[in-house]
Design a binder for this molecule. Structure first.
Ligand SMILES: [Zn+2]
Length: 319
């Protein structure tokens, strides 16, 4: 893997590594390795450590992420859930796999598995918990993330810590790039798409799941939402051609989903997940709204989709 590392600041100048540091042959920046995981971003570089007050947080966050494991497969199956979590998820299944947006995503991800040949090099940008890495177990899959965005997430699958706006990889190295619900968390999404394009080979493909309608989340690292026209411009500017851009669900479902999840979650947030008052109000909303949810799931495909939760984007790098 280290052969592909390049300085995120100078681009394309190779990094020289020893046991605890990578250093740039051109600008002399030193990038630390913490828990076997290189921190290849500008703010982690020792010579830059005073320029940004995020820096100590990043070092602390990286120190809390254990060295790389494969535990995430277990997490997907629900290992590590307490009995209360299990009970809660069974009794209050408001986020169901039957929801049109998740059914859509499952379908797209399985298409992806078929599209990616086993020998390809894949970069998962903003990989988080690497939920989809199991699909690419035969391919040369690399995961990168800026690990301080959330304390709730398990980042132990991450290979290298980086800023999605300054990727530490050689230009034209990867066959495929994944960018799944990441762009809204990057302060400059246009730069992120440009970087994604840069590290792809000419003719390489990017797959992105990009939100149009989502509540604010991962605060304060939530900066944008995207229309299909903005997405098109952003990818075109970066030298990519969009080959497919599909809404995840119909407009009515978006409205029902938010009504349902807001009504259900508000009492639990207000009174706490374990309080009887929160649970009773939650149940009342559940009974009241369930027919609407049932109707929405069933009829999703008959409604127009100019108000979807996400867009699924496939883009090819020109070349
Ligand atoms: Zn450099």
């Amino acid at each position: 893997m280290s052969a592909v590392f390049c300085c995120p600041v100078c681009k394309d100048s190779p990094l020289l590594g020893n046991d605890d540091t990578f250093s740039c042959s051109r600008c002399d920046r030193q990038f630390p390795i913490i828990n076997d995981r290189p921190l290849l971003c500008r703010i982690a570089a020792r010579s830059d450590s005073s320029i940004d007050d995020f820096s100590p947080d990043l070092l602390k966050a990286a120190a809390n992420v254990p060295a790389k494991t494969r535990r995430f497969l277990g997490r997907l199956r629900g290992d590590g859930e307490t009995f209360f979590d299990y009970f809660f998820n069974v009794m209050f299944p408001q986020f169901s796999k039957k929801d049109p947006q998740w059914r859509f995503l499952a379908e797209k991800v399985s298409e992806l598995e078929a599209m990616v040949p086993p020998t390809s090099k894949i970069i998962d940008i903003g990989a988080g918990e690497c939920k989809y890495s199991a699909l690419f177990s035969k391919a040369d899959y690399h995961a990168t993330d800026y690990v301080f965005s959330s304390e709730k997430h398990d980042f132990s699958c991450i290979d290298v810590v980086s800023d999605a706006q300054e990727l530490p990889f050689a230009s034209g190295y990867f066959d495929f790039a994944l960018n799944l619900v990441v762009l809204e968390h990057v302060p400059d999404p246009w730069e992120c798409v440009r970087e994604m394009s840069r590290v792809l080979k000419p003719g390489g493909s990017a797959f992105a799941l990009i939100p149009l309608v989502r509540p604010e989340h991962l605060a304060p690292f939530d900066f944008s939402r995207f229309t299909r026209f903005g997405i098109e411009r952003m990818f075109n500017r970066a030298g990519m051609r969009i080959t497919s851009l599909q809404p995840s669900n119909g407009s009515l479902w978006t409205s029902i989903y938010y009504l349902y999840s807001i009504a259900l979650m508000t009492p639990l947030r207000r009174y706490g997940r374990r309080s009887w008052r929160g649970v009773i109000i939650n149940r009342l909303w559940y009974v009241l709204l369930w027919p609407l949810v049932f109707y929405g799931r069933l009829t999703n495909r008959y409604y127009d989709s100019d108000f979807p939760m996400y867009y699924w984007v496939v883009a090819k790098k020109e070349g």
